[in-house]
Design a protein. Structure first.
Lengths: 356, 247, 69
């Protein structure tokens, strides 16, 4: 294996194939269309299912159907179209189906723009569907992570029988950088106890989202949250950079964290003890570690490309232990540059930041 | 000699939760009889929908996946593409199939997905208590068309079997009724055809079944069947609208 | 000998089978079943049943569980 120069969207598509994805259902939307284009070429020649769905609503429901048979299946989309999928994600969470959804974020609300943004934090982490459910969310920061976390997304979805989102953004989807396709590292998950394959030598199975009566339904929802608790205990992922002695902690996710890391280097050179904390799983959120780190910090600054969404979770994690603030110069478009982040942190001693 | 028995694919001690005289019970039985006769139980994956039809998985001992409202044909597409050797059926109401799910129904038929869709047309939304739906007849009073369906407010009902027949991927499309024993027998033959075109890989099999909703029509079961005959069949003529095996 | 078997506790008293029987061998019961419905009964004192199964095909609730010819 060696590194190759590859675009984020293609990396996700090939990683899905490496992960054993047998079915892809999708509908085009910028900035993730290359994923479907790539798979429309690759999948039929391997005898795998590629379907150009009539809508995102249909696409996610096709994934739901395919996943009910235990196969690895996915759809990919972007922000305003992921909004169309929320109903099925709520069903899939309740159905306990291992749906894989890749969201290459663009700007919202509404049609928004095709420029990168991080405005789908709430939509992903808190869900836009009805009822009580959570979804595991992985946020890659590099093209290499697009590959590694696509693998992880498939594995986690099947291991826990729950919908999982890979939350990339337009910058990651469109950029090229060197990355290596390591082999899919995870074991195959046995799904013989629940997958639908025709009721042969056994009674029929029903995969449905509602309990036939109130008590059973309550029990079902509680059991879902037992599972989410287990996931929270086991599956938290994050990256720390220069946090050991940091007194200004910058918290950021996704591709923006690259610029934050560069800003930390600049700030350190200027004698400011800055550190980067990058949640890789947005749910489960690394709140315990953020709380620990904030005890040594003068200030915890959430840097994100939205009007302050992860900021909610960071404030809950810090829980008053340190001062919190939000740095969000633009909710969409050009990433905050290293200089902008550096300057804003330097000025933080004198003035508070804009934002909620 | 035993000439009729409860199909074996029914769950032991099942009991329909449908209202008195509802044709859902007959439609499900016809499908169950064919699953027995064609020995399909161990290969079938059933997609249920939202509405009274969703309860089907309570009665049949089959592998079932519940689709969100209107999405049965998309879910069935996913199942079939994932497992092409499985026998995939959807069971939907007219609201599910032809209103909220029309895009999924039409496009699955245009793609020629090798699945069988059975749609119950009772001209109303039954489970929610009898509102105007896509097949509500002109003049019909429902709880949301209290003065009757008219063109100005509501537009026209959809003729589903004809529309699905227009899709090039459709292998079989027919409309049947359950108002008489003779028509029940014809309905079973049509459902069988819709099963067979899937088995032969010819495309989408579709049957629209004119059915009763005595509760929401405020009619006795007998009066409801008379309405099917005297009113519904005039707008929704029975017949085979497409059959590629006959072409 | 042709006859039918009725599971009266499945019967919801729609009475469509009464009309379906060409020999008029099904009638309304005088007692209620466990759903509180006056179910139907098979009355064939003169062995007129021909086992045509019209009643069973008509029944919406599979309350006629067997037909013998």
């Amino acid at each position: 294996m060696s590194k190759e120069l590859i675009k984020g969207n293609y990396a996700i598509a090939q990683a899905a194939l490496n992960a054993g994805c047998e079915c892809y259902f999708g509908y085009p939307i910028t900035p993730q269309t290359e994923i479907g284009e790539y798979l429309s070429l690759k999948m039929p020649e391997s005898g795998l299912a590629y379907v150009s769905a009539e809508s995102e609503v249909a696409a996610i429901n096709m994934v739901l159907g395919a996943c009910s048979t235990g196969v690895r299946a996915m759809t990919t989309s972007s922000s305003c179209a992921v909004a169309l999928m929320q109903e099925a994600l709520s069903y899939a969470a309740s159905d306990e189906l291992p749906i894989v959804l890749v969201n290459v974020m663009r700007a919202g609300p509404g049609l928004g723009s095709i420029y990168p943004a991080q405005g789908d934090y709430y939509q992903s982490v808190y869900g836009g569907g009805n009822g009580d459910y959570r979804m595991v969310v992985y946020a890659p920061s590099t093209v290499q992570e697009c590959i590694d976390l696509t693998y992880k997304t498939f594995y986690t979805a099947h291991k826990y029988r729950t919908p999982v989102i890979l939350l990339a953004d337009g910058l990651l989807g469109q950029m090229m950088e060197p990355a290596e396709f390591t082999p899919y590292p995870y074991p195959k998950v046995d799904n013989s106890s629940w997958a639908l394959d025709g009721a042969k030598n056994r009674d029929g199975r029903t995969i449905c989202s509602y309990g036939p009566n109130e008590q059973k339904h309550i029990k079902h929802v509680v059991s879902l949250f037992d599972k989410y608790k287990l996931i929270s205990e086991r599956e938290v992922m994050y990256e720390e950079y220069q946090t050991e002695d940091a007194d200004v902690l910058l918290v950021g996710f996704g591709s923006l964290a690259r610029n934050i890391k560069a800003a930390v280097k600049v700030l350190r050179a200027k004698g400011i003890k800055a550190g980067l904390f990058r949640p890789i799983t947005l749910f489960p959120f690394p709140d315990k570690r953020i709380n620990e780190l904030s005890k040594q910090c003068r200030e915890v600054i959430t840097v994100e490309m939205n009007m302050g969404q992860m900021y909610t979770d960071v404030r809950l994690a810090v829980n008053g232990v340190a001062k919190t603030s939000l740095l969000n110069l633009r909710p969409a478009g050009e990433w905050m540059s290293v200089e902008e982040i550096t300057e804003a942190v330097e000025n933080s001693r004198e003035k508070a930041y804009a934002g909620i | 000699m035993l000439v009729f028995e409860v199909p074996k694919v029914f769950k032991k001690d099942f009991k329909y939760s449908f209202c008195k005289g509802c044709d859902h019970g007959v439609a499900i039985r016809l499908m169950a009889e064919l699953i027995d006769e064609l020995n399909l139980k161990e290969n079938t994956i059933l997609t249920t929908s939202i509405g009274c039809s969703v309860t089907m998985y309570d009665f049949l001992n089959l592998d079932c996946i519940e689709a969100p409202h209107g999405r049965a044909m998309a879910v069935a597409t996913g199942v079939k593409r994932a497992k092409p050797s499985k026998f995939v059926i959807t069971y939907q109401g007219d609201g599910d199939f032809a209103s909220i799910g029309l895009a999924e129904s039409m496009h699955a038929s245009l793609r020629g997905e090798c699945v069988t869709a059975i749609c119950i047309n009772n001209t109303t939304y039954g489970m929610t208590g009898g509102q105007l739906g896509p097949t509500t007849l002109m003049g019909q009073v429902t709880t949301t068309s209290p003065r009757g369906r008219n063109r100005e407010y509501y537009g026209y009902p959809i003729r589903i079997a004809e529309q699905i027949a227009l899709c090039d991927g459709t292998a079989y499309s027919a409309r049947v009724a359950l108002d008489t024993v003779a028509n029940i027998k014809k309905a079973k033959a049509a459902v069988k055809k819709a099963f067979e075109v899937q088995q032969k890989g010819l495309g989408t099999g579709f049957v629209e079944i004119l059915s009763t909703c005595p509760t929401n029509w405020n009619m006795s079961p007998k009066e409801a069947h008379e309405r099917v005959r005297n009113e519904m069949m005039k707008v929704f003529p029975l017949g085979v609208y497409k059959d590629v095996t006959e072409e | 000998m042709a006859h039918i078997v009725i599971d009266e506790n499945r019967c919801k008293s729609c009475y469509l089978c009464i009309e379906a029987c060409p020999k008029g061998l099904i009638k309304k019961s005088t007692h209620v079943n466990n759903m509180g419905e006056y179910a139907v009964e098979f009355c064939d004192k003169n062995n007129e049943c021909i086992g045509c199964a019209m009643c069973a095909l008509r029944c919406s609730d599979l309350a006629i569980t067997e037909v013998h010819r």
